[in-house]
Design a protein around this ligand. Structure first.
Ligand SMILES: *[C@@H]1O[C@H](CO)[C@@H](O)[C@H](O)[C@H]1NC(C)=O
Ligand SMILES: *[C@@H]1O[C@H](CO)[C@@H](O)[C@H](O)[C@H]1NC(C)=O
Ligand SMILES: *[C@@H]1O[C@H](CO)[C@@H](O)[C@H](O)[C@H]1NC(C)=O
Ligand SMILES: *[C@@H]1O[C@H](CO)[C@@H](O)[C@H](O)[C@H]1NC(C)=O
Length: 343
C-alpha cells in the first residue's frame, strides 16, 4: 500500500515543520499559537519555464536580532506543513546564529502553510527539508555556501522497506525483546482480524472513531498501518525537541513504549500493544483513532483549502506519489509489523 510517511529515524535538532510526516496530519500540522510577524515576497510560479513570468506570494519569517551585518545568512527551509515561527526564537540553529552573527530566515514551502542570495548563505532543514537543503547546495553551490541537512533521506526510493528495519533496531536498543513482543502483538491482531465477530472488540480496544469495517485489502492495510504508525512516530521522533513546536506527546519515548511492552502484568503482547496505543493517543490528546480508508480517500479528494487534509497531508500525498515514493512498506523481514506491503 502506498504510504505517505517520510522518515528520518535519527532525529537531530532541527525539525522544521513536521519532519517526515505522513498522512495523520494531527499535531504536526496543527495551527501555530505563536504570533510573529510574517513577510511575503513575490515568487516565480515556474522556475523551469523561462518564458513564464507569473508570480505568487510566498510567506517567510525573519529574525535580524543576531545579524551583525557582515555575518552569514541562515535560511531554514520549510517542509511539508505550515511553517512554524517558533523556529525564529528556538532551535540549535539560533545558537549558531548568535555565534556567527547570522541573519535568519524561515521560508515556507510552496503549497504548504526568498530573496536572492547576495552574500554567504547557509541553508538548514530537517528530514524532507533536510533533503531540500542538501539538494539546494548540490545544485546551486554558488548560491549556498553550506547546508545543514539533519536526518535527510536523500535517497528517495519507492519501496522504502528499510524504514522499518531502523524502527526495529531502535526498539531493540534498550529492550532486546521489544520488537519480538510487537511482532507477537501484531500477529495476534492479524488473527483477530480474520473474524468479523472480533471487529467490535478491535474497535473498542483501539478506540476507533468509527466501527471497524474491512471490505478490501486496502481497508485492512490502512487499518494496520494506521496503528503501526503510532509506533513508527515514537521511534522517529524519540527524545526530540519538538515540544516548542507545540507537539504534546514528546514524553512518550521508545523507553516508555518498550517498558509497557515488557510489562507482563498488563496481559498478552496484544493487550500491551493496546495499552501503548492508549498511552500515545492520550498524551497526544487524540479523542479517537480515524482508521477508515474510505474516510481517508474522501479527505484526499477534498481540494478545498479548508479541507481536512489541506495544511499538509494532501500535498504530501501528492509529492510522495509523484516525486519521491518513500513508502514505508512492511516488506522487510527484519521488522515487527505486517499487513502493509508495497503493492
Ligand atoms: C529573534 O531571536 C531572539 C533570540 O531568541 C528573540 O529574543 C527575538 O524575539 C527574536 N525576534 C523575532 C522577530 O522573532
Ligand atoms: C537507552 O539506550 C541509550 C542508548 O544506548 C542510553 O543512552 C540510555 O541511557 C538507555 N536508557 C535506559 C533507560 O536504559
Ligand atoms: C505524558 O504527558 C501527558 C500530557 O502532558 C501526560 O498526561 C502523561 O501522563 C505523560 N505520560 C508519560 C508516560 O509520562
Ligand atoms: C521491497 O523491498 C523488500 C526488501 O528489500 C523486498 O523484499 C520486497 O520484495 C520489495 N517489494 C516490492 C513490491 O518490490
Amino acid at each position: 500500500m502506498a504510504h505517505t510517511r517520510l522518515f528520518a529515524l535519527l532525529c537531530v535538532a532541527a525539525f522544521l515543520c513536521n519532519g517526515f510526516s505522513h498522512r495523520r496530519f494531527n499535531g504536526r500540522f496543527s495551527e501555530i499559537p505563536v504570533t510573529v510577524q510574517d513577510y511575503w515576497f513575490e515568487q516565480r510560479l515556474d522556475h523551469f519555464a523561462g518564458a513564464d513570468s507569473r508570480v505568487w506570494k510566498q510567506r517567510y519569517y525573519m529574525n535580524e536580532s543576531f545579524s551583525s551585518g557582515d555575518g552569514p545568512v541562515f535560511l531554514m527551509i520549510g517542509g511539508e506543513g505550515t511553517a512554524n515561527p517558533a523556529w525564529m526564537t528556538q532551535g540549535t540553529w539560533m545558537t549558531y546564529a548568535e555565534k556567527m552573527g547570522a541573519l535568519c530566515f524561515l521560508l515556507e514551502h510552496r503549497f504548504y502553510g526568498k530573496s536572492h542570495p547576495t552574500e554567504k548563505w547557509i541553508v538548514f532543514g530537517g528530514s524532507y527539508p533536510g533533503c531540500l537543503a542538501a539538494w539546494y547546495r548540490l545544485k546551486f553551490p554558488h548560491l549556498a555556501h553550506a547546508a545543514v541537512a539533519s536526518s535527510a533521506p536523500v535517497q528517495a526510493v519507492l519501496n522504502f522497506s528499510e524504514y522499518l528495519d531502523v524502527v526495529q533496531s531502535s526498539l531493540a536498543r534498550n529492550h532486546s525483546n521489544c520488537p519480538k513482543t510487537f511482532k507477537l502483538a501484531s500477529d495476534t491482531l492479524i488473527e483477530l482480524l480474520d473474524h468479523k465477530e472480533n471487529y467490535a472488540k478491535i474497535t473498542r480496544d483501539f478506540n476507533l472513531c468509527n466501527p471497524l469495517e474491512i471490505n478490501s485489502k486496502m481497508d485492512l492495510s490502512f487499518f494496520l498501518d494506521t496503528i503501526a504508525e503510532y509506533i513508527m512516530d515514537v521511534v522517529q521522533y524519540n527524545n526530540d525537541n519538538r515540544e516548542f513546536e507545540g507537539v504534546k506527546n514528546t514524553n512518550i519515548t521508545i523507553q516508555v513504549v518498550c517498558d509497557i511492552m515488557a510489562n507482563e502484568v498488563l496481559g498478552s503482547p496484544y493487550d500491551r500493544y493496546v495499552e501503548v496505543i492508549h498511552t500515545i493517543t492520550k498524551a497526544a490528546q487524540e479523542k479517537c483513532i480515524e482508521a477508515s480508508y474510505q474516510a481517508y480517500v474522501q479527505d484526499m479528494r477534498d481540494c478545498r483549502w479548508e479541507g481536512a487534509a489541506s495544511t499538509g497531508g494532501r500535498q504530501w500525498m501528492y509529492q510522495t506519489c509523484t516525486e519521491f515514493g518513500y513508502f514505508q512498506s512492511s516488506d522487510s523481514t527484519s521488522q515487527p509489523f505486517s499487513g502493509f506491503p508495497l503493492r
